[in-house]
Design a protein around this ligand. Structure first.
Ligand SMILES: NC(=O)c1ccc[n+]([C@@H]2O[C@H](COP(=O)([O-])OP(=O)(O)OC[C@H]3O[C@@H](n4cnc5c(N)ncnc54)[C@H](OP(=O)(O)O)[C@@H]3O)[C@@H](O)[C@H]2O)c1
Length: 280
């Protein structure tokens, strides 16, 4: 199994990231991060809006790993869009995490036409701040999240540095194949959020049968499936045995025909969160 993918700026990114949305700040976040790093995760997916970056940062500090061996992502939230605001948001994030740099910084959601007449300009301004952070060495890679082709196209025209990553909802039963194809064509690495559909993929019969066949859990099957489709899954858990389970996916291989069966699963576990209709 691939342990790393290579981003378009030649940086290696670990093939599984550890999710932190809805992880309570404080001791729960500290314990989850330490457990994850002990289990072998080398990639943490954080965000300012998760309101737990202090706990995540303490977990990183207390964990037994060199900073250079860890890949840490965060995201600028929707209320901080624009050039100056993004620079300030980055300072807050880096202070909360107690880090000197981020490996990857993302625009969490695009500004979109249903909320902003000047949405393209707003995304461009946010991007210009990200490019400055990159040139100043404060982030090793820059990218976006929840950008569809029609948000990416104007950004790509403006950008002097291309996005390396697009983080979108991706799990069995919700593959956003058009967006993935566009990203693949443009050498933008896709990361998959809610790789377990927030727990909602577990009852699917196809997944249950295949998990049984490979002697794995549905969670492990879903995570491995994403990686074999060249998408980086970001499973989240605060439960130690699940954190460990979700990382144990390198000792089996899903056959091509079984990959096709999973690819064909009808829509399930769809969050309904779309960049062109969200209210936040
Ligand atoms: N960019 C974005 O807009 C965006 C949006 C959503 C998510 N994300 C990122 O993607 C990450 C993952 O997505 P997510 O948190 O929405 O959902 P997820 O990882 O698909 O599912 C997490 C849920 O599944 C449970 N779970 C985890 N492993 C399990 C296992 N092996 N067996 C049974 N249950 C298990 C967790 O419970 P416990 O924690 O109680 O164990 C939690 O309730 C987030 O944490 C965040 O970092 C990004």
């Amino acid at each position: 199994m691939k342990e790393y993918f290579k981003l378009n700026n030649n940086i290696n990114i670990p093939a599984i990231g550890f999710g932190t949305w809805q992880t309570p700040d404080g001791q729960t976040a500290i314990n989850a991060i330490k457990t994850a790093i002990d289990a072998g995760y080398k990639h943490i997916d954080a965000a300012a809006i998760y309101k737990n970056e202090k706990g995540v940062g303490l977990g990183i500090k207390e964990a037994n790993i060199d900073r250079k061996d860890l890949f840490v992502t965060s995201k600028v939230w929707n209320e901080q869009r624009g050039y100056e605001n993004t620079l300030k948001a980055f300072d807050n994030t880096i202070n909360d995490l107690q880090l000197d740099y981020l490996d990857l910084y993302l625009i969490h959601w695009p500004a979109a036409a249903h909320q902003f007449e000047n949405w393209k300009q707003l995304n461009n301004d946010t991007w210009s701040a990200m490019e400055k952070l990159y040139k100043d060495g404060k982030i090793k890679a820059l990218g976006v999240s929840n950008f569809m082709e029609h948000h990416l196209t104007p950004l790509l025209q403006h950008a002097t540095i291309k996005p390396t990553v697009n983080q979108i909802e991706y799990h069995p039963g919700y593959m956003q194949q058009d967006c993935v194809q566009f990203c693949n064509d443009n050498n933008i690495q896709v990361e998959g959020w809610s790789p377990l559909g927030r727990g909602d993929v577990f009852d699917n019969e196809v997944l249950k049968q295949l998990a049984h066949k490979y002697n794995k859990t549905v969670a492990q099957l879903s995570i491995r499936w994403a990686i074999q489709n060249n998408v980086i899954p970001l499973p989240k858990s605060v439960t130690p045995n699940r954190i460990i389970e979700n990382f144990e996916v390198s000792d089996f291989n899903i056959s091509e025909s079984d990959m096709a069966l999973i690819n064909k699963i009808d829509t399930i576990a769809n969050s309904g969160l779309r960049p062109d209709s969200v209210s936040f």
